[in-house]
Design a protein around this ligand. Structure first.
Ligand SMILES: [Zn+2]
Length: 449
């Protein structure tokens, strides 16, 4: 606990758990605002006030006060597409096209090794990297979500876990029905966890049958769960679908009732105008994963056209086996630069819009906008503090610009999830580096052998 800055509180001061006093706050709601010398007040993990610092010191007395004199405080970043368990395969097979990468490398390794231990250890490594990168929520799609949940619980991060569906049997189950049943059972067992939520996660149009999509659509209607799915990741996926079904994947998904305002379409790279119109008509959200798309040579999502069509764009890293970083700040910067360069329009995606994509846009895509994504009173206290006092980030005329165009995840100093400090002065509070290191090395040796 640090001493109170300046004045003491009045005798009638209201008790709070935590007062964060950064130089700047970008609350994201309202859009485009930068507050200077304000304080955020947190009690029981919830944001209860946001007010000028002098007034805060008069009105509140806090258990803990964090003064961050050269920092900008933003909502925790929301990574809307991951396969966290795959982090253990980081760098194992670079420079391959998606089909070869999956069929010759990833799927054989997964067939041999996927287990609850692998998913727990890989997810813990991912959680550690993400927290240190300012990410407070991730939306995952992988085997054994019950094992991922254990890592999430330990790390203190927030996650939306996938209730998987695809046809091929694996160590996790016998096929689509089994995966759905297992995922739903996991959700039932964990539904009271304060930092866990779930989405239905049919893998992709090319791995899921019409019959399974019918079941997913019915489950979504019955449970209110959102749908998280890879869509139009490559032109080959579109061409294969035209051959096999006589329709483009998005047309097929629309026919099967999969597209809607709670659907998150990941990648959306190979799109024509009618695909964009279809996504807009169904109010589908889009998870933009520019690094993964570039690195696999898949192409680039037409983000400016999607934005112009009114589609909510969120950001994702995809798995570290493909990206190979779980670094949403660098995705935000890349998303902006790509759109500006490809469209030859520097006015596209100003810094505040990219911060929005990385926070509230992500929360909306996961159906969590009432809980997280902005520093609004009543929301959960998921926070990320970024120091702007280093050579790379000085001088500071516009903190939003510094976040996107100068700062990197190495400038993230403090992270809170649900009001709990999980990164303090660039160190994890809930996970030891020694544990992460030992687990990663164990799996490295297994995969080599
Ligand atoms: Zn993916």
């Amino acid at each position: 606990m640090q001493s109170m800055p300046n004045h003491a509180p009045t005798p009638t001061a209201v008790k709070a758990d935590l007062m964060v006093c950064p130089r700047w706050i970008i609350p994201v709601e309202p859009y485009g605002v930068v507050l200077e010398d304000h304080a955020l007040i947190i009690t029981s993990g919830q944001i209860v006030d946001l007010l000028p610092r002098e007034a805060a010191i008069q009105r509140y007395t806090a258990e803990s006060i964090e003064t961050l004199p050269d920092h900008v405080l933003i909502p925790g970043l929301v990574n809307t597409h991951t396969h966290a368990g795959m982090t253990l395969m980081r760098g194992i097979a670079d420079d391959q096209p998606l089909k070869t990468w999956l069929e010759d490398w990833i799927w054989p390794l997964e067939t041999r090794w996927v287990s609850t231990d692998m998913v727990r250890d890989g997810t813990l490594l991912a959680c550690a990297e993400m927290l240190l990168s300012g990410i407070t929520t991730f939306n995952d799609m992988y085997f054994f979500p019950e094992a991922a949940a254990e890592a999430v619980d330990q790390a203190g991060i927030r996650a939306s876990l996938g209730i998987l569906a695809f046809e091929v049997p694996t160590a996790y189950g016998h096929g689509a029905d089994d995966y759905l049943n297992r995922g739903l059972a996991t959700r039932d067992a964990l539904r009271d966890h304060p930092r866990l939520s779930f989405m239905l996660a049919p893998h992709a149009p090319y791995t899921v049958s019409d019959a399974t999509f019918d079941k997913v659509a019915t489950l979504a209607a019955q449970t209110g769960l959102g749908i998280h799915i890879h869509v139009h990741e490559t032109q080959q996926e579109v061409d294969d679908s035209l051959r096999q079904y006589g329709e483009r994947p998005l047309e097929r998904l629309a026919r099967l009732g999969i597209l809607g305002p709670q659907t998150l379409a990941v990648h959306a790279v190979a799109l024509n105008d009618s695909d964009i119109a279809l996504m807009a008509r169904h109010n589908v959200h889009m998870a933009h994963c520019p690094t993964a798309n570039l690195k696999l040579g898949s192409g680039m999502a037409p983000s400016s056209q999607l934005h112009a069509a009114g589609i909510n764009i969120a950001l994702g890293t995809d798995g570290a086996a493909g990206n190979n970083r779980l670094d949403l700040l660098s995705e935000a910067r890349l998303a902006g630069l790509l759109a500006k360069g490809m469209e030859q329009n520097p006015g596209l995606f100003p810094a505040h819009s990219l911060i929005y994509m990385a926070t509230l846009g992500g929360a909306r895509a996961l159906g969590l906008q009432d809980q997280i994504g902005s520093l609004a009173i009543g929301k959960r206290a998921d926070l990320c503090a970024i120091a702007l006092d280093s050579t790379a980030t000085l001088p500071v005329f516009d903190p939003a610009s510094q976040i996107i165009h100068c700062a990197g995840r190495e400038h993230v100093t403090h992270v809170w999830v649900d009001g709990q400090c999980v990164v303090k002065k660039k160190h994890l509070t809930e996970i030891s580096h020694g544990e992460i290191y030992a687990k990663a090395k164990t799996w490295e040796n297994r995969f080599r052998g």
